[in-house]
Design a protein around this ligand. Structure first.
Ligand code: B12
Ligand code: SF4
Length: 644
C-alpha cells in the first residue's frame, strides 16, 4: 500500500484553550477517494497534517510518502511551498499535488515550481480521485479533467475544464476521516456544507468568478453531520454555504440545530453567511439563532453604498430605506447587527466612502460597522490583470497577520502574504489613507462608544451631521499635533502609511508590555480609554472651538465618560441633570425626541467586572465588542433608571 498524506495547515486560535478547524476540504477529498475500490486497494490515507507543524515534526511523521497533497489558501501557501520543496528533496520520487483557492487556474505554477507535480483547479474531489486511480492503473492523466501536470517531455498540460456536478459526496465526518484527530489536544471547530456553489458573481470574491450552480447536499447527510458534531461535543460550527436562507429547507436545518442545542447543549455557536436577499426569512432565522444563543449578532452586508461601485463589483444592495426599517426591527428585538463595508473598491472616492459610513450611522447602525480593506485574491475577478488595468488598481503586499494573534508567537518562521488594494481610478493612495483613518476613527470612537454620545447629541441638538462631526474632529487632531488626540491619530496615520509601503499589516501592538496585535480602531479606543482625561480635554476644547461655549458640554462629557465600562466596579451609579439616557435610547430606536433637562439616576450592575486594563482590553474589547460590552447602557448590563 502506498502512503498518501494531506496538508491543510490552519491557524490555531487561543492561548490557553486552543482551537482549530477540522481540515474539512482535505477531508472531503479523502472521503470521496475512499469510495473508489481501485484507490482503496492501492493507497493508505495517513493522518492529515492540519496545523503549521515545524519541518522536524513533519519529517518525524512522514514515512516513504507516495503522494503529498497540499490545500492552498492565502494563509498557508508559503508554508506549503516550503514544506513541499523540502519533501521533494528528501523523497524525490514522491508526487506533490497542490489544490485549493490559491492555485492558478492554469498550469503557471508548474512552470514556476519544479517540485510540484500536479495542480488541481477549483473543486478537488474528482480530479484527485482521477489522478490517483490513473496512477494506480497506469491510465492516461490527460483524461482527468481540471488538472495540470507535466507530460513525458516535461511540457505542462492543462486538461479540459469540467464543472463539478455531483451532490452525493460522502461526508468526511461520517466516514471517520477525522477520527484519528479527536484525541489531539485541541478543541475542534466544525465546518459543514448544506449546499455548494454561489449564483452571484461579486468581483472581489474567489467564488464570484465560478458563477456556479448551487447543488444541495441531502437533508439526511446534513442532519447526520449535525448529529456527529453533537455526539462529539463540537461547540462551534461554521456553515460554509455561500448564502444561507437561499432555500426554504434552510428553516428545517435551522430548527434542527436549535433543537439539538436545546436537547444536548451542542453546538453552542452556529455561524452562517446569510443570503443578501430574502431579508424577512433571514430575520426570522437570524433572530432564532440569536434568541437561542447560537449566534451573538446578525450580519447585514453592504460592501458599498455607492451605485457606481456596486456596478463595478457586480453587486446589488437593498435600498437604504429598507436597511433603516431592518435596523429598527433588529434593535427593537435587542439583536445586535453588524454591517460590513469594503474599503478600496473601484468607483469609491474619499467622499463617497465617508458618506456611506455616515449614512449607516444616520440609519441606525451605531454599534458595529466592520470595514474590511479590499483584498486581491488570486482567483477572484478583481485579482486578474484585465480588471486591475481597467480600474487602475494598485496594491500593497503585506505580511498576513491575524488580528489578536500573539506578537511573540513562535511560529515556523515562514511568513504568509496578502495583497490589498491601495488605490484605484477613483481613489488615490493619499485618499485611501484618509479613508482608512476615517474608518478607524468611526469604529474606534463611535462604534466602541467613547465618543458616540457626543456625536449623537451634536447630530440631534446642534444639527451637525456625523460626517461633518468626525471629519472636523480629525482635522482638529491634525492641527493640534502636540495634543493627545493629535499624537494618537498621527500614529495611526503612520500605520496606515506602513500598510501602503508594505511595512506592516492592519494590526499593531499597544505601547507598553502588551503581546496582542490590535486593529487600528481598537488601538484608538484603548489609547483614548487609557488616557481618558487627556482625550476628553481634547474633545472639550474641540467642541468649544466648533460650536462655542455651552453649559451642556460638561454634563454631556461626564455622561459620555460615565457610561464606558470601568475597571474594578461591579456597581456604578450615574447621576445627571439631563435625561441623556432616554434621549439616546430613543435615538437608537429611531424615535428621537429633544433632550429634557431632568435629574436622573442610573444604577448599573456589572456581573463580570474586570480588574486591570489588560483584562478590559482582552475581555471587553476583544471578546465582548460584539455584545457592546464597552457600553454600560447596552443590554449586556442590568440598568435601573429612575427620575429624581
Ligand atoms: C470557512 C471559511 C473560513 C473559516 C475557516 C477557514 C479554515 N482555516 O479552514 C474562517 C472563518 C476562519 C475563515 C477565515 C478566513 N478566510 Co475564509 N472562507 C471560508 C469559506 C466560507 C468556506 C471554506 C470551506 O471549507 N469550504 C468547503 C470546502 C469543501 O471547499 P473549498 O475550501 O473550496 O475546497 C475545495 C477546493 O478549493 C479544493 N481544494 C481545497 N483544498 C484542496 C487541497 C487539495 C490537495 C486539492 C487537490 C484540492 C483542494 O477542493 C475542495 C473540495 O472541492 C470560504 C468560502 C467558500 N464558501 O468556500 C472562505 C475562503 C476560503 N476564505 C477566504 C479568506 C480570504 C479568508 C481570510 C484570509 C479572510 C481575512 N482576510 O481575514 C481568513 C483567513 C483565516 C485563517 N488564517 O484561516 C477566501 C480564500 C481565498 C484564498 N485564495 O485563499 C475564501 C475562498 C472566501 C473568498 N472571499 O473568496 N474562512
Ligand atoms: S461574496 Fe458571497 S455572494 Fe458574492 S460571490 Fe462570494 S460567496 Fe457569492
Amino acid at each position: 500500500m502506498k502512503s498518501i498524506y494531506f496538508f491543510q495547515a490552519n491557524d490555531v486560535y487561543g492561548d490557553v484553550h486552543k482551537s482549530v478547524y477540522f481540515p474539512y476540504a482535505a477531508g472531503c477529498i479523502q472521503a470521496f477517494c475512499m469510495q473508489d475500490p481501485i484507490i482503496t486497494s492501492s493507497y493508505r490515507f495517513e493522518k492529515i497534517f492540519y496545523t503549521r507543524e515545524p519541518l522536524e515534526s513533519v519529517f518525524r511523521r512522514l514515512k516513504d510518502p507516495f503522494m503529498v497533497l497540499f490545500s492552498c489558501s492565502v494563509w498557508n501557501i508559503e508554508y506549503n511551498k516550503t514544506v513541499a520543496a523540502a519533501i521533494k528533496k528528501v523523497y524525490p520520487k514522491c508526487f506533490i499535488t497542490f489544490g485549493g483557492h490559491s492555485i492558478s487556474s492554469d498550469g503557471a505554477m508548474l512552470e514556476q515550481y519544479a517540485y510540484i507535480d500536479f495542480l488541481t483547479h477549483r473543486f478537488g474531489e474528482e480530479p484527485t480521485a482521477g489522478i490517483l486511480s490513473q496512477l494506480a492503473s497506469g491510465g492516461q492523466l490527460s483524461e482527468v479533467p481540471n488538472i495540470s501536470f507535466r507530460n513525458g517531455q516535461g511540457a505542462v498540460i492543462t486538461t479540459r475544464y469540467e464543472a463539478q456536478a455531483g451532490t452525493d459526496y460522502p461526508s468526511p465526518y461520517l466516514l471517520g476521516v477525522f477520527d484519528d484527530l479527536l484525541d489531539d489536544p485541541y478543541s475542534f471547530s466544525g465546518l459543514m456544507e448544506t449546499n455548494r456553489g454561489c449564483p452571484n458573481s461579486c468581483s472581489f470574491c474567489d467564488w464570484g468568478s465560478l458563477k456556479s450552480k448551487v447543488r444541495l447536499f441531502s437533508m439526511e447527510r446534513v442532519k447526520a453531520e449535525i448529529d456527529w458534531f453533537v455526539s462529539h461535543k463540537i461547540e462551534f460550527i461554521f456553515c460554509a454555504d455561500a448564502n444561507f436562507c437561499l432555500f426554504k429547507r434552510d428553516a428545517e436545518i435551522a430548527d434542527y440545530i436549535v433543537s439539538c442545542k436545546e436537547k444536548y447543549g451542542y453546538p453552542k455557536i452556529f455561524r452562517v453567511c446569510f443570503t443578501k436577499n430574502r431579508l424577512d426569512f433571514v430575520f426570522e432565522i437570524g433572530s432564532k439563532f440569536v434568541q437561542h444563543g447560537l449566534e451573538k449578532a446578525q450580519t447585514l452586508s453592504f460592501q458599498s453604498l455607492n451605485d457606481q461601485v456596486l456596478e463595478n463589483i457586480g453587486r446589488k444592495n437593498i435600498p437604504i430605506s429598507l436597511f433603516r426599517d431592518l435596523m429598527e426591527k433588529y434593535n427593537r428585538q435587542n439583536i445586535t447587527t453588524f454591517t460590513e463595508l469594503i474599503l478600496g473598491l473601484p468607483g469609491e472616492t474619499y467622499d463617497s466612502f465617508c458618506q456611506g459610513v455616515c449614512s449607516l450611522l444616520e440609519n441606525g447602525q451605531h454599534f458595529a460597522i466592520n470595514i474590511y480593506p479590499c483584498e486581491l485574491l488570486p482567483n477572484a475577478e478583481m485579482g486578474q490583470l484585465w480588471y486591475r488595468e481597467k480600474f487602475n488598481i494598485r496594491s500593497s503586499r503585506i505580511p498576513f497577520r491575524m488580528i489578536h494573534s500573539d506578537v511573540c508567537q513562535k511560529d515556523t518562521g515562514i511568513t504568509e502574504y496578502v495583497e490589498f488594494v491601495t488605490s484605484t481610478y477613483s481613489m488615490d493612495s493619499r485618499d485611501w489613507i484618509r479613508s482608512l483613518l476615517f474608518a478607524s476613527v468611526i469604529q474606534g470612537l463611535h462604534n466602541l462608544g467613547i465618543l458616540r454620545a457626543v456625536a449623537v447629541y451634536c447630530r440631534y441638538e446642534c444639527r451637525c451631521d456625523y460626517q461633518r462631526f468626525y471629519q472636523s474632529f480629525v482635522s482638529y487632531a491634525f492641527n493640534e499635533t502636540t495634543h493627545f488626540i493629535g499624537k494618537l491619530l498621527l500614529r495611526i496615520q503612520a500605520l496606515c502609511n506602513g500598510v501602503l509601503l508594505g511595512q506592516n499589516s492592519f494590526v499593531a501592538p499597544l505601547d507598553g508590555t502588551d503581546h496582542v496585535y490590535w486593529g487600528f480602531d481598537e488601538l484608538i479606543f484603548l489609547e483614548s480609554y487609557r488616557s481618558a482625561s487627556l482625550f476628553f480635554a481634547d474633545v472639550k476644547s474641540w467642541l468649544e472651538n466648533t460650536f462655542g461655549a455651552n453649559e451642556i458640554w460638561d454634563p454631556l462629557l461626564d455622561y459620555q465618560f460615565a457610561i464606558i465600562k470601568k475597571i474594578n466596579r461591579s456597581e456604578v451609579i450615574i447621576r445627571s441633570d439631563y435625561d441623556f439616557y432616554t434621549f439616546f435610547t430613543r435615538v437608537f430606536l429611531n424615535a428621537p425626541q429633544p433632550l429634557e433637562k431632568k435629574e436622573i439616576r442610573l444604577r448599573i450592575r456589572d456581573d463580570h467586572p474586570v480588574s486591570s486594563f489588560s483584562q478590559l482590553a482582552r475581555e471587553t474589547v476583544w471578546y465582548g465588542r460584539n455584545r457592546r460590552e464597552t457600553d454600560y447602557t447596552s443590554t449586556h448590563y442590568v440598568v435601573e433608571y429612575s427620575e429624581l
